[in-house]
Design a protein around this ligand. Structure first.
Ligand SMILES: [Cu+2]
Length: 118
């Protein structure tokens, strides 16, 4: 949908390649903005194309970086990263990939761990 709209604009655009050429994050688990009633066991990232996930960093907002397991960088459309137990709070997962077109792309997934009160 969005790609078609951008392609129609290309003849009017300058020589810069269209942004639609980058691979994109199709969805994640947790989703951006998710409020979870328990610590997530893993983060799943699903991309629109085969990419290389070059970095994933998880921070607690106002706190420390959470150590994540080491991974081998490979080319894939999806990555799953196991998480240690997370204390209640707000988190930001920052990801970086090398897009299928060779360009670096990145983004942030904010989510909250907020256990229900008994
Ligand atoms: Cu690109």
């Amino acid at each position: 949908m969005r790609r078609r709209a951008l392609l129609l604009l290309v003849p009017l655009a300058t020589a810069a390649p269209p942004a639609a050429a980058h691979s994109e994050l199709r969805r994640s688990v947790p989703a951006a903005g998710a409020v979870l009633d328990r610590s997530p066991e893993r983060i799943e990232l699903h991309f629109t194309e085969r990419v290389r996930l070059t970095a994933l960093r998880l921070h607690r907002v106002g706190g420390d970086e959470i150590a994540l397991p080491r991974r081998t960088i490979r080319e894939a459309t999806s990555e799953t990263i196991d998480l240690p137990p997370l204390a209640p709070g707000d988190y930001r997962a920052e990801w970086r990939i090398i897009s299928a077109d060779g360009h670096p792309v990145g983004g942030v997934i904010p989510f909250r761990v907020e256990p229900r009160r008994p």
